[in-house]
Design a protein around this ligand. Structure first.
Ligand code: MN
Length: 308
């Protein structure tokens, strides 16, 4: 017995419902549009366009609708479900990479790559390295100061001014791809001849998207890269990279606050609109472009507040 799932258009779904009209099951399962049984194959169709064929002749039945339909083998299913990371990943010497500032109106975009080998695990845990979202800003700064003298890392800061310059041609995802690629490339150079067992990026875009953008970069990292959301859960290297990036972001936000004369908040909320409005009234857009990511909706809101 095999199972095949097809994704069909609304039109094809209607066509199927009509075709199976004579063999419909009297009972429709929860959430299904209809269910039918044709020559031993059970067909269950959902409003989303998902249609499931089950039974010994599932493939033949499904191929009436899609000639390319084939059952997923048990192995393929297992692969799709299981994590892409090796089982012993947390024990490897890993180059981890993460970014900070992408969602904040004020301040730079910071990407940091850090290398953590097993002999440093105990020390990093002692420092308190963990998910940076669980740490306060003072804790982050303190841990970052210790990390800077403990592990190899490479940090890249894209200032708001530079960000605004390239934003028309580099969308936010492409910018991040370019920065991660460059940080990893430079750190690998620093580490040579040592090579990390693996490279892990805290995932911010599908792998295919990353590869599409990285293909346009000059110094492409050729070593394989793993991508996982919540990457800091899988290795201390990502957690360390995240802390270093966050500390640097905070430093920059402080520096830019001095530059413009206003305390710049992190994030992209109402507070940001209000401060941006003050900056606009004092120094206009030339002042704002030094400290904020202008393409955020906050800019228009700030203009309304400033010049109403
Ligand atoms: Mn991240």
């Amino acid at each position: 017995m095999s199972t095949i799932t097809l994704a069909v258009s609304p039109a094809q779904l209607q066509e199927m419902q009509a075709a199976y009209q004579k063999v419909l099951n009297p009972k429709t399962p929860p959430y299904a549009l209809f269910a039918a049984k044709n020559q031993g194959t059970t067909i269950t169709a959902y409003r989303s366009g998902k249609v499931v064929f089950q039974g010994n002749h599932a493939q033949a039945e499904a191929q009436k609708w899609d000639k390319a339909a084939v059952p997923k083998t048990a192995q393929a299913k297992a692969n799709a479900k299981s994590r892409s990371l090796p089982a012993n990943f947390a024990q490897l010497a890993v180059l981890g990479s993460d970014e900070v500032g992408n969602g904040s109106y004020f301040g730079p975009l910071v990407v940091c790559s850090a290398y953590v080998a097993p002999e440093q695990f105990a020390l990093l845990k002692e420092y308190g390295v963990k998910d940076s979202k669980l740490l306060t800003d003072p804790q982050i700064r303190e841990i970052a100061a210790m990390l800077k003298v403990t592990i190899p890392y490479k940090k890249l800061i894209l200032t708001p001014k530079k960000y605004n310059e390239i934003q028309p041609t580099y969308n936010a995802v492409r910018m991040k791809v370019a920065l991660h690629n460059q940080a990893i490339f430079l750190l690998l150079q620093d580490l040579a001849p040592t090579e990390p067992d693996a490279i892990l990026i805290d995932q911010f875009t599908p792998k295919a998207n990353y590869q599409k953008y990285v293909a346009q970069e000059k110094n492409q990292v050729t070593a394989p890269i793993y991508f996982e959301t919540k990457g800091e859960q899988y290795h201390l290297a990502v957690a360390a990279a995240s802390i270093l990036a966050r500390a640097s972001f905070l430093d920059e936000l402080e520096r830019l606050s001095k530059v413009c004369g206003f305390t710049l908040p992190s994030g992209a909320g109402v507070k940001s609109d209000q401060i941006a409005a003050k900056i606009l009234r004092h120094g206009g857009e030339p002042a704002l472009t030094e400290v904020a990511k202008l393409h955020f909706a906050n800019t228009e809101k700030a203009k309304k507040i400033a010049f109403r």
